[in-house]
Ligand binder design. Structure first.
Ligand code: ZN
Ligand code: ZN
Ligand code: FE
Length: 753
C-alpha cells in the first residue's frame, strides 16, 4: 500500500452549512478512509490516500463546496500513518464552537427549485428546503441547532422526510426545517374575513389580487412584506397613501435576472451579488422606469430577486415581471412577524394577508447593499448576514455595545468575534426599543454572552445611552465619529493610528455641538480632531434637518445680510412668507439655532438652494436627489481654502455666483461634489504632512453617496494613501456598535497591561 495519511485543515465559513456531510460524501465516493470533524477554528479532516488524490480531493472541495460555504484556506500536511477502515463524521467535543453553527437564513437553492417540480411529496411545496438552503437564524430558539430547538419543533416529520433527514448521503441529511406537503407547515390566505387553506387556491387568488392592482401582505423569511404590482401606477400610489409613506423609495422584486437587466444596469459584481444566496436588495442604476412613484426623483432601483419558493411560484403565474416589496410595518416600527400582528396592524392597508404557520422567532429585514469600486458595501445588515460574526484581532468577550440611535444595531463580543444584531431601526418608539431589548435577551442566551463592560454613544439623550447606563456596570462612552472610524479599523484588523475621515449627518461632539465632518487622527484607543467644516446654524433645530430650506436661508442671510432679497430665490417661493420671516427672526435673536458641522446638513443646504429638494420627506432625500442629478464628466471644483476650519461661506458664495451665471444645477451639483472630494484629499494631505500617516479610514453615512465614495477612494489612492472603508458592516450608523465594541475592547486591554 503506497497511500499515506494526510491531515487537512479548512478555514472560513465552513460550519453549519452542510460542510461535514459534503466532505463525507466526497470521501466515500473516492473510497478514502479517515474522518471529518468541526472544531473552534474550522473543519479538520484526516484521510488515507495517495498524494495526487489528496490534491484532487482538495480541488474538488474548493470547486463544489456548498454555495453558502466560504473557504478561506485549505492546509494539507502529511502525518504519521494511521489505519482507517471507513470514513466517519466525528462528533465535536467542544461546546463553545457551536455558536458558529448558527447560520444566517439562506435563499432557496437550485436543487430545491428542481425538486419543487419533480419530487412527488414536494410538488409546489412552498416551504421546501435542504441542507444548503432555507430558514436558519429566523427559526432558531436555542443552540445547538436541532429541530426541537427551532420553531419547527411541533411539526412531526413523515416517514419520507425522516428517511431523508437521517440518510447521510441525502441532501436533506440533518436539514432541520425539512418538510413536505404531507408533514410540514402550510400557507393560509385571509381576505375579507375568510381564511383559505388550499394552496392551489391561495396561489391563484394571490396572483389575481396582484394582477388586479391590489395590495397584499406576504409573510417572508424574516417578516411580512407589503406587495403590489410595480408597474401599476395606481397600485403603487395607493400603497404609498395607505402606508403613509410619501416618497421613500420602495424595493422591487424582479421575476429573474434577465427581466431585471431590462430595467437596470448591472455590472459583473452586481450580478453576482444580487444572485448570491444572501439575496440582498441591491441598489442599481435605473435603465427603464417602473411606476414613477416607486422611487421618485432618483435614478436608482433597489432591486431584489426571488428568494423563497413562494416568490418563484408567484412569478410563474403573474402578469407583471416586477413587484414592489416593502417592509410590512407602520411608519417607523419594526416589521411585523406574527399573524395576529399582521391582521391588527396591516389589515387596513392590504386586501389580503398571506401567511404560513411556521413561526418567525428572530425578525430580520431584507439586507441592502451596493457595489462601489468593485466592492460590496452594506447599507442594512440583516437577513443573510446575521448572525455571522465579524472577526476581530482583539478579545471582546462579554462586551456589549448599544450602538447609535438611528438605524440601530447592537453588538456583543464573544472571544475575538463581534456578533451584530440584525437591523433594529430608529429608536423612536416603544415597539423598536422592545425589539432592541428582546433581541438582546435572545442574543445573550444564544451566544452565551454575559455583559461585563458596556459601551455606548456620548449623546446624553439617546435611548441607547440611557439603556447602557441602566446596567450599573463599567461603562465606556464613545464619540460618534470615533466609533465610525473604529468600525473600519475593527473590520480590517488595524491596531495603529490612521487618518480617520468621518462625514455624516449627526453625531454628538466633545464640545456638545453636532459634529459630522471630522478629519481625525485616531486608533482604537483615542481620537484627535484636526479639521472640520465651519459650524452651520440650524434654525428650528430638528425642524431644520427636516426642512433644509432653513439652513439654505441661514447661509443666504449670513452672506447677504441686509441686502438679502428673498424673492430672488426660487427655492423660497414654495415657503410661506411668514415662515421665512420667522426663521430670519430666530437667526437674528439666536433662538433655537443649534450649531452643526455635519456634512449631511451642507448637502441638505445645497440641495435646497438649487431648489432640488427643500423638504426631506425621508432621511437624506435632499442629498440623494442632489447626487442623482450630477452631470457626469465634470472635473471642476470650487477652490476652497482651509483656514484651519473649512469655510463653507466661501463654497456657498461660489455656488450663488454660478447660479447667477445660469450654470445648470446639474453642473453645480457635480462641482459641489467634486469640491467635497478635493477637501477630503486636502485634509488627508495636511494630516499626512504633519504626522506621516498614510492610511486613511472613511466612514459615516455621507459615504453612502456613491460619487463621493468612489472618487474619494480613487483620488486618495492616486495620491499615495492606502484607503480603508466598511465592507462587512454599514458605513452608516448601523456600523457604530462594532466601532464602540472595538474601542472598549482595546481600552480594556490597555488598562490590564
Ligand atoms: Zn435547497
Ligand atoms: Zn414530510
Ligand atoms: Fe453617524
Amino acid at each position: 500500500m503506497s497511500s499515506s495519511t494526510f491531515f487537512i485543515e479548512i478555514k472560513g465559513r465552513v460550519q453549519g452549512v452542510g460542510f461535514r456531510p459534503f466532505i463525507y460524501r466526497l470521501a466515500k465516493e473516492k473510497g478514502f478512509g479517515g474522518w471529518v470533524m468541526n472544531d473552534n477554528t474550522g473543519v479538520k479532516i484526516k484521510i488515507n490516500a495517495e498524494h495526487h488524490d489528496v490534491m484532487r480531493f482538495t480541488d474538488t472541495i474548493r470547486n463544489t463546496a456548498p454555495e453558502v460555504a466560504e473557504i478561506k484556506s485549505i492546509d494539507v500536511v502529511q502525518t504519521e500513518a494511521e489505519a482507517f477502515f471507513d470514513f466517519q463524521i466525528r462528533k465535536s467535543k467542544n461546546h463553545s464552537q457551536r455558536i458558529t453553527e448558527i447560520s444566517p437564513d439562506i435563499a432557496i437553492c437550485k436543487d430545491c427549485l428542481q425538486d419543487l417540480k419533480t419530487q412527488t411529496h414536494r410538488i409546489n411545496y412552498p416551504l421546501i428546503n435542504c441542507t444548503n438552503c432555507g430558514p436558519r437564524f429566523s427559526i432558531i430558539k436555542e443552540i445547538p441547532y436541532d429541530r426541537h430547538q427551532t420553531t419547527m419543533h411541533h411539526f412531526q416529520m413523515c416517514n419520507r422526510c425522516k428517511e431523508e433527514y437521517t440518510n447521510i448521503l441525502d441532501r436533506r441529511f440533518h436539514a432541520q426545517p425539512v418538510a413536505c406537503n404531507h408533514c410540514g407547515p402550510q400557507y393560509e390566505l385571509l381576505a375579507e374575513g375568510v381564511k383559505y387553506s388550499n394552496f392551489k387556491n391561495i396561489l391563484s387568488k394571490t396572483v389575481s389580487y396582484l394582477n388586479e392592482g391590489k395590495i397584499i401582505a406576504l409573510k417572508s423569511t424574516g417578516g411580512y412584506h407589503l406587495v403590489c404590482d410595480a408597474l401599476n401606477i395606481h397600485a403603487v400610489e395607493t400603497l404609498r397613501q395607505r402606508k403613509l409613506r410619501d416618497a421613500k423609495p420602495f424595493a422591487v422584486m424582479f421575476r429573474d435576472i434577465n427581466t431585471l437587466e431590462k430595467y437596470a444596469h448591472l455590472n459583473k459584481n452586481e450580478k453576482t451579488l444580487i444572485q448570491s444566496w444572501i439575496k440582498p436588495i441591491v441598489l442599481l442604476k435605473e435603465r427603464k422606469m417602473l411606476a414613477p412613484s416607486v422611487s421618485p426623483g432618483l435614478n436608482t432601483i433597489g432591486a431584489i430577486l426571488p428568494y423563497m419558493p413562494f416568490h418563484y411560484l408567484l412569478f410563474e403565474k403573474l402578469n407583471t415581471p416586477a413587484l414592489v416589496l416593502t417592509s410590512g410595518n407602520l411608519s417607523d416600527e419594526p416589521i411585523v412577524i406574527s399573524e395576529q400582528e399582521a391582521e391588527r396592524k396591516l389589515g387596513s392597508i392590504v386586501d389580503a394577508i398571506i401567511s404560513y404557520n411556521r413561526e418567525i422567532h428572530n425578525r430580520t429585514d431584507d439586507s441592502v447593499s451596493f457595489i462601489s469600486n468593485q466592492k460590496k458595501r452594506i447599507i442594512r445588515r440583516s437577513r443573510g448576514y446575521v448572525p455571522n460574526p465579524v472577526s476581530l484581532n482583539l478579545n471582546a468577550e462579554n462586551i456589549f455595545a448599544t450602538g447609535g440611535e438611528l438605524k440601530n444595531t447592537f453588538c456583543l463580543g464573544k472571544d475575538k468575534s463581534a456578533i451584530l444584531s440584525p437591523y433594529i431601526g430608529d429608536m423612536k418608539n416603544l415597539e423598536t426599543s422592545d425589539f432592541f431589548e428582546s433581541t438582546l435577551r435572545r442574543f445573550k442566551k444564544l451566544f452565551r454572552v454575559q455583559p461585563e463592560l458596556i459601551t455606548c454613544d456620548m449623546h446624553p439623550d439617546y435611548y441607547t445611552t440611557k439603556f447602557a447606563e441602566s446596567f450599573g456596570l463599567p461603562l465606556v462612552k464613545i464619540q460618534h465619529h470615533h466609533a465610525h472610524i473604529a468600525s473600519v479599523l475593527a473590520e480590517h484588523h488595524i491596531d495603529d493610528k490612521v487618518i480617520g475621515i468621518s462625514f455624516d449627518g449627526t453625531g454628538y461632539g466633545l464640545d456638545g455641538k453636532i459634529w459630522g465632518s471630522e478629519f481625525m487622527v485616531c486608533d482604537l484607543n483615542e481620537s484627535r480632531r484636526h479639521f472640520h467644516f465651519d459650524y452651520m446654524k440650524l434654525p428650528g433645530g430638528e425642524k431644520a434637518i427636516k426642512e433644509p430650506w432653513r439652513i439654505a436661508l441661514w447661509f443666504l442671510n449670513k452672506l447677504k445680510g441686509n441686502s438679502l432679497d428673498t424673492e430672488k430665490y426660487e427655492f423660497l417661493r414654495s415657503v410661506p412668507n411668514d415662515h421665512i420671516e420667522m426663521v430670519l427672526q430666530a437667526i437674528q435673536k439666536g433662538i433655537n439655532v443649534p450649531e452643526s458641522c455635519g456634512a449631511g446638513r451642507l448637502f441638505d443646504a445645497v440641495s435646497a438652494l438649487l431648489n432640488v429638494c427643500t423638504i426631506n420627506r425621508y432621511e437624506a432625500e435632499a442629498p440623494m436627489r442632489l447626487e442623482a442629478m450630477i452631470q457626469q464628466g465634470i472635473a471642476e471644483w470650487y477652490p476652497i481654502l482651509f483656514e484651519p476650519t473649512i469655510p463653507l461661506d466661501q463654497l456657498i458664495a461660489y455656488i450663488l455666483e454660478d447660479m447667477d451665471n445660469r450654470i445648470s444645477p446639474e453642473i453645480i451639483s457635480a462641482k459641489f461634489h467634486n469640491t467635497i472630494i478635493q477637501l477630503i484629499l486636502e485634509g488627508a494631505k495636511r494630516i499626512r504632512s504633519t504626522t506621516g500617516i498614510t492610511r486613511v479610514a472613511l466612514s459615516g453615512g455621507t459615504f453612502q453617496n456613491r460619487y463621493i465614495l468612489e472618487h474619494s477612494e480613487n483620488l486618495l489612492e492616486e495620491n499615495g494613501f492606502k484607503v480603508f472603508t466598511n465592507l462587512q458592516v454599514p458605513l452608516n450608523d448601523g456600523g457604530i456598535s462594532l466601532g464602540q465594541l472595538a474601542i472598549a475592547a482595546k481600552r480594556r486591554i490597555l488598562l490590564c497591561v
